[in-house]
Design a protein around this ligand. Structure first.
Ligand SMILES: *Cc1c(COP(=O)(O)O)cnc(C)c1O
Length: 460
């Protein structure tokens, strides 16, 4: 029988030492209330550290506005509302105001993405991807998607929803220098396997995808393009990236909590009326029942924020990413896509093999309160995932805190001290904290408007 309290338990997926430490904390508590306090204390420690003293450059993160954050603890989050909007469609009575909230959310999402249809019930964008594969494919179909070293995400590979659907997955040829789909090679490979769906969009994403060209190629056998815009959703809403639906993608999914800067969850938008039945059926009743109405309210408000501020907010995110890429390269840190201006998104990808690789570098930077993630780059093999050569940076949070291009120079200075000059993290961390200290207000939202008195110089 499984011995759950055995700290050496080989069946536990989590770090056994971390779980043992948690058990020791709980064992030392004299009451359940003290156990609660242990939880609250850890939350506060994170807020003090990540929330106030770190430069958070994790590309999949975004800070939510005070209005959005407050809604996540709203009373409506305790209410149950399954099904589609409207009194007859619901299983439960009492949804009068919930219907109002959800209808506002759907219409705001349509406006934000200039789309005819939207679904607001995805508690994660992975669920949207599962709904898309359920709708557009049959088990055994061939799809094409991007491999992980080129930025592909598990959800479109064998280890995610695409694999669960039983799809055969063929790699989209990718140019390791241009960091774009190799369209010439795609033209040769695709007709041989005739994919039902081509999944574009990626987790490492620097440049646009040839959506229209691929739509034209696969139209020959009635194939289509699905755009997984998890990362780019905010950029798309703000008009600072290609517009996948306008370029022919059948459906776009994405994470509400990445550049879109809403509550962590998913969004799905499409234009084709024929898809509405099957896509929404895959969401309810197949993949989601209660869907967190507090989150829906927060999503609606973040969509309103995107409509009001998305254009300037997202444009500054991209300018900051380009400035950060250039500043790092000038300081001797190799950055992908240099010959193309480094990036057209919120991301910057550094090749940190000369500094010990992505894992080592991300951990070193974190000791100096600079939060990033290790990342596979084209030079890596998929099996290098735990020790890849790259480092991924994103400028969403620092931008929302009111930083501009000048501040990217300072961030690059910190990173160069740690990586190029090999300064000890302990000797840099206080400077990082002092630099971050004046930036505690979140902008591009109705609570605080636009950044006005952004300091352009600072004393360290
Ligand atoms: C982050 C990501 C996802 C998963 O998004 P969740 O909202 O966390 O479920 C899916 N696809 C891509 C390309 C991603 O980068």
């Amino acid at each position: 029988m499984l011995e759950v309290h055995d700290p050496t338990n080989q069946f536990e997926v989590h770090d056994p030492a971390m779980l043992a430490q948690a058990r020791a904390v709980l064992d030392a508590c004299s009451s359940p209330q003290e156990m609660q306090e242990a939880v609250l204390a850890a939350v506060t420690r994170n807020e003090e550290w990540r929330g106030k003293r770190c430069l958070n450059l994790l590309a999949p993160e975004a800070p939510t506005s005070p209005a959005v954050r407050a809604l996540l603890s709203a009373e409506v989050g305790t209410r149950a509302a399954e099904g589609h909007i409207g009194p007859v469609n619901r299983w439960f009575a009492g949804t009068r105001h919930i219907d109002e909230i959800e209808a506002l959310c759907v219409e705001l999402l349509k406006k934000a993405f200039r789309a005819r249809y939207a679904d607001h019930r995805l508690v994660a964008s992975m669920i949207g991807n599962m709904a898309v594969y359920t709708t557009l494919t049959e088990p055994g179909d061939v799809i094409m998607s991007i491999t992980q070293p080129f930025g592909g995400h598990s959800s479109n590979r064998v280890d995610g929803p695409a694999g669960v659907r039983g799809l055969k997955i063929v790699d989209i040829p990718f140019d390791p220098v241009e960091l774009e789909v190799d369209l010439d090679l795609f033209r040769k490979v695709a007709p041989l396997v005739r994919p039902r769906v081509v999944a574009l969009g990626a987790s490492m994403t620097l440049f646009p995808f040839p959506i229209q060209a691929i739509c034209d190629i696969v139209a020959e056998w009635d194939g289509c393009v699905f755009f997984d815009g998890a990362h780019q959703l905010g950029l798309v809403a703000g008009g600072q990236f290609q517009d996948p639906l306008r370029e022919g993608a059948m459906v776009m999914t994405g994470s509400a909590g990445k550049t879109f800067s809403g509550p962590q969850s998913g969004i799905m938008v499409w234009d084709d009326a024929q898809l509405t039945g099957p896509l929404t059926h895959a969401v309810f009743p197949v993949l989601a029942a209660t869907h967190q109405v507090n989150r829906v309210a927060a999503l609606a408000v973040s969509a309103a924020e995107m409509i009001a501020y998305g254009k300037v907010y997202m444009a500054q995110i991209v300018r900051n990413a380009q400035a950060l890429g250039a500043a790092l390269a000038r300081r001797g840190i190799a950055v992908l896509g240099e010959h193309k201006g480094f990036t057209t998104t919120h991301q910057v990808i550094a090749d940190v093999r000369q500094f010990g690789g992505g894992l080592e570098v991300a951990q070193r930077l974190a000791r100096a309160n600079i939060i990033t993630n290790k990342n596979l780059i084209p030079a890596d093999r998929p099996e290098d995932w735990d020790h890849p050569g790259g480092l991924r940076l994103g400028t969403t949070e620092v931008t929302r805190l009111g930083m501009h291009e000048t501040e990217m120079e300072t961030i690059a200075d910190f990173m160069a001290r740690l990586l190029v000059e090999q300064a000890a993290p302990e000797d840099v961390v206080d400077d990082v904290i002092a630099f971050r200290q004046p930036y505690q207000t979140l902008y591009y939202c109705f609570d605080h408007g636009m950044p006005v008195n952004t300091p352009t110089s600072h004393s360290l």
